[in-house]
Design a protein. Structure first.
Length: 80
């Protein structure tokens, strides 16, 4: 059994990463998931997402941005 491949697209905001990922999904012969940090952020309550976008503090019990990002990084291998 061949191990799954990961394609990492890195770039600044609005550089076309999502558009490129979608085009690759359609063009490549194998199935690929487009799983970005935005996929995780979209799961946050809207008020927390607005706070992140504006740089405001989030005063919700248990909130830890570093833990969220760390969990995202640990989740990726689980998708393979």
């Amino acid at each position: 059994m061949q191990r799954p491949q990961v394609i990492v697209l890195n770039g600044c905001s609005s550089s076309g990463k999502t558009s490129l990922a979608r085009a690759l999904q359609e063009a490549l012969p194998y199935q690929y998931l487009n799983f970005s940090i935005d996929s995780v952020l979209d799961g946050l309550p809207p008020s927390d997402l607005r706070a992140l976008q504006t740089g405001a503090k989030i005063h919700r019990a248990g909130y830890d941005w570093r833990a969220l990002v760390r969990a995202y990084h640990f989740a990726i291998p689980g998708l393979l």
